[in-house]
Design a protein around this ligand. Structure first.
Ligand code: UD1
Ligand code: CA
Length: 463
């Protein structure tokens, strides 16, 4: 039987040291708030029941995590021990409870899992995750007895000279037996330099009561790093970015020059795809094999097929097929889907628009709320006037339609299969299949007008 496990994520801090108007745990590492990283680590370690300790405004944290997390509110910030105490009602006495910090996003699920196994094996009431840092400044130090057994954690501000020299730090993540946590938490006292209820004191409390405390040392010290300041946040970004890039390089993605390349942890890229400088990939973006993305492109929550190209363009919540080329300098706004063998050239904007296979929209065009078929050709400067100031209307373009340069389409309007529009036409009525729509003022030539005009100007210039 799978033993019961819970996680409590400490996320009530308001981030004074970050100088942010938002809760600290919403500060981002790559494209994801720190809280989201920590939740993901708990989920990957197989923990289903996740309780988040929020500060004054839990609703601000909700979008950063999945819907089934439970929230408790810590109304006053009286320390990490007090934060866990706020969740006391929800702590299962029969469960093993992981307590993790919402501001330590590089926590690895492997470490959380390994610490859990050690915790059970040693039958500890508390097992902390530790790491050996070259520079332990700012972290709680792990104190051990001469035989190596864990004795206590001492915060830097409460530590003496000798204790400060210890390089083994508390990563801020722990496994507790639920029963011990419920029993001992109310006995914490704020007798320390900061006058706070320290969760870290639970270790000494367990030892004093003859109960077992242990430590799992994370093999990669980076995993323990937390972010209390913007500078530390930037360091975490650098480490996370490196880790994500290395994973893609190992998977066969080609990143010849990493300058300005930032890839979120949720992005998937197939082998033989090339990511060029200045490219940012975020959210649930997924890119097939053999593509070239960049230089200078931004893709968020966007899917790209095989052998496609995105050059200097901005794509969000869109789908791009295979053998398709986009840009330079184009934008796909949310809800757009373009098929295979499509060509989108420069200065093209699509919004909530679908394009069938083999369609070409090569220059200076805006298409909004449009359903376009296959093998269509849009000339330069086509505009869909989808908004009349009150409502948005749909444009439907059948297969093999030829839309002439500088055509305005005023929806609701349908262009039947195989129809044409003449350059400069404003189309505000449906065009039957196979027809030509032409709607523009007939040209008139005035013979000799230019010569007369020049003669008139010369005449005026005489003194
Ligand atoms: C804490 C640990 C320290 C450890 C370090 C690892 C304590 C006393 N110290 O220090 O040993 O090395 O983490 O990063 O636990 N929080 C609340 N409510 C509060 C106070 C804090 O929810 O009342 C949250 C914060 O939002 C943060 C986490 O708890 O996510 C840790 O708090 P923080 O103040 O950053 O602790 P550190 O000083 O970093
Ligand atoms: Ca911290």
């Amino acid at each position: 039987m799978e033993r019961r496990r819970q996680a409590v994520v400490l996320a009530a801090g308001d981030g004074k040291r970050m100088k942010s108007a938002q809760p600290k745990v919403l500060c981002r590492v790559l494209d994801r708030p720190m809280l989201g990283w920590v939740e993901e680590a708990c989920r990957q370690a197989g923990i289903q029941d996740i309780i988040i300790v929020a500060g004054d405004r839990p609703e601000l944290l909700a979008p950063a995590v999945t819907a089934d997390c439970r929230f408790v509110q810590q109304r006053q910030r009286l320390g990490t021990g007090h934060a866990v105490l706020s969740a006391l009602e929800l702590l299962d006495p029969l469960a093993q409870v992981a307590v993790v910090c919402g501001d330590a996003p590089l926590l690895r699920p492997e470490d959380l899992q390994a610490a859990y196994e050690l915790h059970l094996w040693e039958q500890n009431v508390v097992t902390l995750l530790s790491a050996r840092l070259e520079d332990p400044t700012g972290y709680g130090r792990v104190l051990r007895r001469p035989d190596g057994a864990v004795e206590a954690i001492v915060e830097e501000r409460d530590a003496d000279e000798t204790q400060r020299r210890v390089r083994e730090v508390n990563a801020g993540a722990y496994w507790f037996s639920g029963a011990f946590l419920r029993d001992a938490l109310p006995r914490l006292t704020p007798q320390n330099a900061q006058g706070e209820y320290y969760l870290t004191d639970m270790v000494a409390l367990a030892v004093a009561e003859g109960l077992r405390a242990g430590a799992y040392r994370c093999p990669r010290p980076d995993a323990a790093l937390g972010a209390n300041s913007r500078r530390q946040l930037q360091q975490l970004n650098t480490i996370a970015r490196r880790q994500v890039l290395d994973r893609h390089l190992e998977n066969g993605v080609d990143i010849p020059l990493e300058d300005g390349v930032m890839i979120g942890p949720g992005v998937r890229i197939a082998p033989d795809t090339r990511i060029l400088p200045g490219t940012i990939l975020e959210g649930e973006t997924s890119i097939g094999p053999g593509c070239t993305i960049g230089p200078n492109s931004y893709l968020k929550d966007t899917t790209v097929g095989e052998d496609s190209q995105v050059k200097a363009s901005w794509l969000s919540q869109s789908r791009v097929g295979s053998h398709t080329s986009i840009g330079p300098f184009s934008q796909l706004r949310p809800g757009s889907a373009v098929g295979d063998h499509v060509k989108i050239g420069d200065f093209v904007e699509l919004k909530n628009t679908t394009l069938g296979d083999h369609t070409s929209v090569a220059h200076l065009t805006y298409l909004g709320d449009s359903r376009v078929g296959q093998w269509c050709n849009f000339g330069c400067g086509v505009v869909v006037a989808n908004y009349d100031g009150n409502h948005k209307y749909e444009t439907v373009v059948g297969d093999r339609v030829f839309v002439g340069c500088n055509t305005n389409l005023v929806p609701p309007v349908t262009l039947g299969e195989g129809s044409y529009t003449a350059a400069g036409t404003t189309v505000d009525q449906d065009v039957p299949a196979g027809a030509l729509a032409i709607g523009r003022v007939r040209q008139e030539n005035k013979p000799g007008w230019a010569d007369d005009h020049i003669a008139f100007k010369k005449d005026q210039q005489k003194p």
